[in-house]
Design a protein around this ligand. Structure first.
Ligand code: OOG
Ligand code: MG
Length: 269
C-alpha cells in the first residue's frame, strides 16, 4: 500500500469507528500537496463504498473559525450524499468522535462545471442559495491539527443539513446580495453564537471564485445539482445528543438539525 493510501485508510477507519487518531504530522512529513492526495484517496474509499460525491465545502473562510482552530488558510473538502441529513431526519451521533456544529451558507449548482476549463463560470451555474448547518468532526485527538492534517481529513467534513433553497436570479439584477446578514446559531432555544455573513470572506459570494480556484488546483469535482458550503459564519460549538440546533440567516431563513437522544443503558439485562 502506498503511503498516501495507508494514511487515507487510517483516517477512514477513525471515521468509521469513532476512535480518534494522532495527527498525521506528528509522525509524517506532510505538505499540502500530499495532504490533498490523502484527501482524494479518502474520498475514493467512500466512493468505493457506494457514496456519491455531491459537492464541496470551504473551511476557514471566517476569522472566528481560523482563530478558534489556530490556522488561517482557506481549504477545500468534498461532500458526499451520505453526509446530507435530509430535512426532518434525526442525526445519530453515536459513531462520531467529537462532533461540532456551525452555521453556513450553501449554494446549489444547476449544472456541472469543469473547474479546469479556461472559460469555467461557476457563478453563472449557481441557481439557488440556502442557510445550512455543517457538522464537523475531526478524526484527530482533541480536535487539534495542523493545516495539512485537516486537509488530509477532508476538512473534518461529517454531515450537513440544508434549509429551503431560495432561487438566485441571474441576469439583470444580478445574484441576490448575501453580505451583511445577521447569523445566529441556537441550541435548544438558546443563542450560542452570533455573527454575520460578512464573516464569510467578506461576502459569501466570494466563496464561489475561491471554490473554482481551489477545485482547479486540487481536483475536486463540481457536479450538477451539487452543493457548495461557503464556510462557517461563527465559531463551531460542541454538538451533543438530544439537541435541537437552529441556524438563522437574516432574509434567507432558518435550518434545523435534531440529534438522537443518548442511548439509555439497559439496567438488569
Ligand atoms: C475544519 C473545517 C472548517 C469551516 O466552515 O470553516 C470548516 C475544522 O474546523 O475542523 O468547515
Ligand atoms: Mg464548515
Amino acid at each position: 500500500m502506498s503511503r498516501v493510501a495507508e494514511l487515507a485508510a487510517r483516517l477512514d477507519e477513525a471515521r468509521r469507528t469513532g476512535v480518534a487518531v494522532p495527527q498525521l504530522t506528528s509522525s509524517e512529513a506532510l505538505d499540502l500537496a500530499d495532504a490533498y492526495d490523502v484527501q482524494r484517496a479518502g474520498v475514493a474509499l467512500r466512493a468505493a463504498a457506494g457514496e456519491r460525491v455531491n459537492g464541496v465545502k470551504l473551511g476557514f473562510t471566517s476569522r472566528a473559525k481560523a482563530v478558534q482552530m489556530g490556522v488561517d488558510d482557506v481549504i477545500i473538502g468534498v461532500l458526499t450524499d451520505a453526509m446530507e441529513v435530509p430535512a426532518g431526519e434525526v442525526l445519530d451521533l453515536a459513531a462520531g468522535v467529537h462532533p461540532r456544529v456551525e452555521p453556513e451558507v450553501a449554494f446549489r449548482l444547476a449544472r456541472a462545471v469543469d473547474p479546469t476549463a479556461p472559460d469555467a463560470d461557476l457563478r453563472a451555474a449557481v441557481d439557488a442559495v440556502a442557510p445550512a448547518l455543517e457538522v464537523i468532526d475531526s478524526r484527530y485527538r482533541d480536535f487539534r491539527f495542523a493545516l495539512a492534517d485537516v486537509v488530509a481529513d477532508n476538512t473534518s467534513a461529517s454531515a450537513y443539513v440544508l434549509g429551503a433553497w431560495q432561487p438566485v436570479v441571474q441576469g439583470d439584477g444580478g445574484p441576490v446580495g448575501l453580505a451583511d446578514r445577521a447569523v445566529t446559531l441556537s441550541v435548544d432555544g438558546v443563542v450560542v453564537e452570533q455573527g454575520s455573513t460578512t464573516d464569510i470572506l467578506g461576502d459569501p459570494w466570494e466563496a464561489v471564485p475561491a471554490v473554482l480556484r481551489m477545485a482547479a488546483q486540487h481536483g475536486q469535482e463540481l457536479p450538477a445539482g451539487g452543493v457548495i458550503l461557503a464556510g462557517a459564519a461563527t465559531a463551531a460549538v460542541a454538538l451533543g445528543p438530544g439537541s435541537t440546533v437552529v441556524a438563522e440567516v437574516a432574509g434567507l431563513g432558518r435550518v434545523m438539525l435534531q440529534t438522537a437522544p443518548a442511548d439509555v443503558p439497559v439496567v438488569g439485562s
